[in-house]
Each structure stands twice: as C-alpha cells, then as structure tokens.
Design a protein around this ligand. Structure first.
Ligand code: PLP
Length: 287
C-alpha cells in the first residue's frame, strides 16, 4: 500500500480525502511538480522546488514550506514507499489554493492551501546508448494553449488536448508552433533541434514551460562541452530540416525524435550529437 502526503500527514493512499469544493478540483487553481529520483537521489531537486515556488508566488498561494521542508517531505515519501514502489521513484507535488464553502472565481482570503504529494515508479535511468534510446515519433500542430504556459499549472486541459491530438494521429508527442510559426514546446516536453552540429532550443517566455531538464542540459552543455548552443526562435521549416530533434523532460531526460509527420528526421537514426549530449547529462545531472 503506498503512502501519500496530504496536509501535514503521511497516510495510506486509500485514506486520502480532498473536498470537492477544493479549487484545484473546481478551477484547476494550483501548481504541480514532478521530481525524478534514482536510488534515492533526486535530479534537480532545488531547481524543481524553485520553479514551483515561483509558480505559487505568481498565483499568490503560500503553503509556508521552504526548500528544506520540501526536501524532508519528499525524502520521507521515497523512504516510505521504497519497499512497495522500488528505488526509482518520481515525487508528484500538487499545491492548490484550497477549499472554500462556495464557488467564486475571486481568490478567497482565509483558506489554507491543499498540499498533496505522492510517489510513483519510474523506469530506470535513461542511458547514453543509441541501441537503448527510447525514440519518438511526433506530429506538428498550432499551439492553442493559453498565454501563461510558463506556469506549471494544474489547469492542463490545453496540454491534454494537444497530447491527445498526437496520440490520435498515432504519434507519441506533438511539436507546437505559435501564431508566428515559431516552435514553442511539446504537450509535455521541451524541444531541441540540431543542425550542422549546432544545438538550438526556443528562448524562455510565457509561451513555454521553463523545463528543469532543459535548464540542466543547457548548463551542462555550456560548462562541460564546446558544443555551440543557442536559445532563439526556431521556425517550422528549421524543425522539418533538422539533422536531429530531441524532446526533454524529467522522465525522458533527452529523447531522440526519429519521425515528424511520418517523415524521417535527418537520416532517420539516433544522432551522434544526441549521444554526446545524453552522455554529458548522465555524467553531470547530480552535480
Ligand atoms: N513542457 C511541458 C508543457 C511539460 O509539461 C513538461 C514536463 O512535464 C516539460 C516541458 C518538461 O519539463 P521538465 O524538464 O521540468 O520535466
């Protein structure tokens, strides 16, 4: 039986109860995080919590927990669930504005945030091996989400509909483009392209989530390699003509995309630049 955290208590999942008046349920009024860990070691823990605190501040939600509190909470979840879930676990954290007695769009003043966290099993660490890489096929589409995609909000319907659009077309992700035709991100991933050895990814803005894998990867590439890395606008044509495309997320790390709209990316095989990037990421992600 797995153990979850709810509002200060560690309890069996079956006993966790949240009010239907919770604004997370009624409005999607909350923030969430997903933090991977392997053999008890978190990847980018402080960065994940910093992003969450930023999102909470944007929504004026204050659960009154600091980095050390979150670390204690998340570590306890890993330990409590190690026997049932195993040693590779991601911790999901969700903080909503809380439950009021009536439904009203305006922020209620005197309610306490609802804090929920649980852990779930994830696959073993991705490895820098072309033969073992999890490869993706994607489609492209116009980004129809809202104008605050930098907030990791639990209001994920826009992302869910785009993800389903890819899934219904037989793909595993969708690469999204804004009204100007520039790449934003995927439904649940950031995107990198490689052309002639140069690595590029869209710059941070309200149009995409500041992914922690994206952040760690950019830092690692700049610190530990001489590869050229750019954060800049990327057109749909550039994506379609790329030598390599990668999608990044906490669970995937760096995953090669081998097909876009049914057409091969580059020569249709896992690229050498991906191999070098995933090698560096694997070597330095806990630094
Ligand atoms: N973009 C979106 C929309 C996401 O939902 C996610 C992850 O869930 C990402 C990017 C990747 O973010 P991270 O690397 O922090 O997992």
């Amino acid at each position: 039986m797995s153990i979850v955290y709810l509002n200060g208590e560690f309890i069996p999942a079956e006993q966790a109860r949240i009010s239907p008046m919770d604004r997370g349920f009624l409005f999607g009024d909350g923030i969430y995080e997903v933090i991977p860990s392997y053999n008890g070691r978190f990847v980018g823990f402080a960065e994940h919590i910093a992003r969450m605190q930023q999102g909470l501040a944007e929504l004026s939600i204050d659960p009154q927990l600091n980095l050390a509190d979150w670390q204690t909470l998340a570590t306890r979840l890993l330990q409590d669930n190690n026997n049932t879930i195993g040693s590779n676990q991601a911790v999901y954290i969700q903080v909503s504005r809380g439950a009021d007695t009536k439904r009203n769009h305006a922020f209620p003043l005197h309610i306490k945030p609802t804090v929920f966290a649980y852990s779930f099993a994830i696959a073993a660490e991705p490895v820098a091996d072309k033969a073992k890489a999890s490869c993706y096929s994607v489609i492209t589409g116009q980004d129809l989400r809202w104008q605050r995609c930098h907030i990791k909000s639990t209001s994920l319907l826009g992302n869910v509909l785009h993800y389903q659009q890819g899934y219904a077309a037989g793909a595993q992700e969708i690469l999204l483009f804004d009204a100007q035709g520039n790449l934003t991100e995927g439904a649940a991933v950031n995107v990198f392209v490689v052309k002639n050895g140069v690595i590029a990814t869209p710059p941070l803005s309200h149009k995409l989530l500041p992914g922690i894998t994206r952040l760690l990867l950019l830092n690692i590439l700049r610190k530990h390699s001489t590869m050229q890395v750019e954060e800049r606008d990327i057109s749909e044509q550039e994506v379609l003509n790329a030598d390599e495309i990668w999608i990044t997320s906490s669970s995937k790390e760096i995953a090669p995309v081998l097909q876009v709209n049914g057409q091969p990316v580059g020569d249709g095989t896992v690229g050498d630049v991906w191999l070098a990037a995933q090698q560096l990421f694997s070597a330095h992600k806990y630094d």
